[in-house]
Design a protein around this ligand. Sequence first.
Ligand code: BGC
Length: 459
Amino acid sequence: MPNTTQSPRLIYIVSAIAAMAGLLFGFDTGIISGALLFIQKDFILSTEMKELIVSSVLFGAMLSSLLSGSLSDRLGRRQVMLIISALFIIGTLIASLAPSVTLILLGRVIIGVAIGIGSYTAPLYIAEVAPKQLRGGLVSLNQLAITIGILASYLIDFAFSDYAASWRWMFAFGLIPAVLLGLGMIFLPESPRWLIKNNLIAKATLTLQRLRNKTDVKHELDEIKNSFNHQKTAFREIFSAWVRPVLFLGAMLGFIQQVTGINTIIYYAPTIFQMAGFHDASSSILATVGIGVVNVLATVFAIFYLDKLGRRPLLLTGIVGMGASLLCLAIVFYFNGQVSFLRWIAMGCTFTFIISFAFSLGAILWLMVSEIFPLEVRGAAMGVAVFSCWFWNFAVSATFLSLLHLLGPTLTFLMYTLMCVVSFLFCYYKVPETSGVTLEKIEANIRAGLALRDIGQPR
Ligand code: BGC
């Protein structure tokens, strides 16, 4: 084995296979937007039942995200990724073959359990196998995989919209990435960090040698061993006075990412387009494909510019863009029906909303929750932030259609606009700039008791 420092190809293969979990996250949450239009042709569905079908995945994800930390510590990251691939396969088979709505719900909850665990374990696994100079980019690739998964789900929705029992095919396509994830993980190594933590030093050495493509890995091994000296800690430490502010910040970021309404569009876009005046199912699904494309493109932009422009400028500009788009959407729905071109403006608003989200809250939430927590409490604290994100995702998606019925679209979108205003104020006053500063410096600033907004200060 050569003793070289070049970045080995294996690390990209490992990250790409692990990011398959992100792809499944995007695919299985996005697929429902089109599938819902067809499930209601086969079964009689009340508004509440439709919301339940959409949010069953989120319910499963919310519950399982709480267990993710201890599962991946106990069984190892690799084992957990193998288990979630099996859960994805089982859940998908049940949902796509389901003879009743109850079984669709069961299949979707199982898929949700897999998504919740994957949304925690995949970025963690990638971060742990990646060399530190590539870590930021590789972790953000997970968000890119989520958006590619959403786009793929919209394309499948569009391609199958003319088939009989099309929703079954739509769901069934999720089997491909699920099987690829499982097959891939069989050949991937366990995280060296987990091996060292469990005293499997010889195995960890061999794994690091393979991953780094060099024989001399002593320095990195020692670094990892040393980091555990500070890491023996109880779960309740995350509630101690010095950690509480960042824990609050993580939970708030999860809250803000969801209550500003992203998934009213991602999960219900065809429904919104139909409401705005695009009446046939396939043209509204096609417009939804457009949403998927700009979501991916704006995420690529974010990955390139997050470090150059900084998190805060992107975050604040994005939230303003989201708020303005929602306000415009509310106004359009107020006058809708009077002039037919308004539906095109409604469509434009959803596009600017998605672009604004993708380059701000979309990429930044998942990045920041892996940056702001001190090493000692990172696993458990990240679990709390991820849980918050799924909890609020569930709360918004499970109530959106009822709110539309109760308040009408104008007031509903005004409510999300208000959430953007509140979120902007919170981010303006509380969210730190974390680009260009080491995680160790952030931790030192937290320990020194700096205000939340200042914990990213380099000096
Ligand atoms: C969010 C999801 C959302 C997706 C859209 C993710 O960061 O957590 O809830 O559906 O972005 O791209």
